[in-house]
Design a protein around this ligand. Structure first.
Ligand SMILES: Cc1ncc(COP(=O)(O)O)c(C=O)c1O
Length: 407
């Protein structure tokens, strides 16, 4: 059996150094617990950054995957497969029939890439070839391919990539007045507004009330699409299947999903309104693995568990507990922590000025709690949706020690 040190040495020699990786190698998991190669136990409060919806080793997901592996692992998009068809129908019904068509891909970035192509192609087909611009938001994260990257609102991520940011106007998240101004500057050139219902990477920042409805009204007025990036917020993370359901007046044109949809098996999806179905006609877009039976079997098992195990109610209950626990933690360490915010089980713990989230991340990891950083001063909590109360309680004790070690 390798040790953490063995794996780290091998990885550091042969993996591309594009990530900032901790010198531990996770070896196995059960529920919301993980063990590294040296046998140290961790509480999983990041779920692979909002991916492991059911934690690790969930019997239903394991059984569904095992069955599908034995039956049919992969086919092509030259034929249909029952898992993809069923998943598309189920996702459509989760939107109440508003978005009845699905395109499957392999990641969140690819789902956004498809949205970018859809929005531009729709305008092109409507005889508006100059309608190629987007409005997106500062600190937004939509992925890193050259189609998605210009939407991502962090200039340092663009540097050196000849990124096509000229055709995206980034404005402050939550500021409808700035959106109006951006639109007024290019009224006939905007093909879509792309927005996260809660900015995840940008610091776990929920949209202010009425913001999404305001964007809906603006996009309708100018004939542009409203694209909701629910890659991080979708599939129950905020306590509703889609985060946009929190605002009853929102009817998006397009929704992007990924992360939690496959519970750890890579899958992304773009869901669209019926009238957008013909925009990406045969030959205009596609991917070998999209809609793969294994990935779709995983997603169907995730939807089964969400429905059969009452997971949305559980998320809401645990979100309350997590929110209270983090507030109490902040109150006990006022020099280090400034408070908490978020939606459902997507929560951020805010650091005081002078402290970086990364410091607490490392201290928490030393105490056996795995978390991720959402911006310089926000530590992000995205536990599995089925996280038990006892794991959160144990984490609060460990985080108490971690925060104490900082000041
Ligand atoms: C809101 C949002 N959109 C898109 C992406 C990109 O997804 P992926 O990393 O699966 O390509 C992410 C990833 O963090 C995300 O949070």
């Amino acid at each position: 059996m390798p040790t953490n040190a063995d794996v780290t040495a091998q990885a550091q020699q042969h993996l591309l150094g594009n990530y900032r990786q901790a010198p531990i190698a996770l070896a196995r998991g059960k529920g919301c617990e993980l063990w590294d190669e040296d046998g140290k136990r961790y509480l999983d409060l990041y779920a692979g950054i909002a991916v492991s919806t059911l934690g690790h080793g969930h019997p239903k997901l394991t059984a569904a995957l095992t069955e599908q592996v034995g039956k049919l692992l992969h086919t092509t998009n030259l034929v249909y497969n029952a898992q993809a068809a069923r998943l598309a129908e189920r996702l459509a019904s989760k939107t109440g029939g508003a978005l009845p068509r699905a395109f499957f891909c392999n990641s969140g970035t690819e789902a956004i890439e498809a949205c970018v192509k859809l929005a531009r192609r729709r305008a092109f087909l409507a005889g508006e070839p100059n309608r190629t611009r987007f409005v997106a938001f500062k600190n937004a994260f939509h992925g890193r391919t050259l189609g998605a990257l210009p939407l991502t609102g962090t200039p340092k991520y663009w540097e050196g990539f000849d990124c096509d940011v000229e055709r995206v106007t980034h404005v402050d998240y939550g500021d409808l007045e700035q959106v109006h101004q951006a639109v007024a500057a290019h009224p006939k050139e905007i093909c879509a507004i792309v927005v996260e219902p809660v900015q995840g990477e940008g610091g776990v920042l929920p949209a202010p009330p009425g913001f999404l409805a305001g964007l809906r009204a603006i996009t309708r007025e100018i004939g542009a699409l409203l694209v909701l990036d629910e890659v991080q917020t979708g599939v129950g993370r905020t306590g509703r299947f889609f985060a946009f359901e929190a605002d009853p007046f929102i009817e998006p044109d397009v929704v992007a999903l990924a992360k939690g949809l496959g519970g750890g098996v890579p899958i992304g999806a773009m869901l669209v309104r019926a009238e957008l179905d013909s925009v990406l006609s045969p030959g205009t877009h596609g991917t070998t693995f999209g809609g793969n039976p294994l990935a779709c079997a995983a997603a169907n098992a995730i939807l089964d568990a969400i429905e059969d195990e009452g997971l949305l109610a559980h998320v809401n209950e645990m979100a309350e507990h997590l929110s209270q626990g983090l507030s109490a933690l902040a109150a006990r360490h006022p020099k280090v922590l400034a408070g908490e915010r978020g939606a459902g089980l997507l929560r951020g713990l805010l650091m005081q000025k002078g402290f970086e989230a990364r410091q607490l991340l490392v201290a928490a990891r030393n105490e056996g709690v795995l978390l991720s950083v959402a911006s310089e001063r926000v530590l992000r909590f995205t536990p599995p949706l089925n996280v038990p109360r006892s794991i959160l309680d144990e984490a609060f004790e460990r985080l108490d020690r971690a925060a104490a070690s900082l000041g």
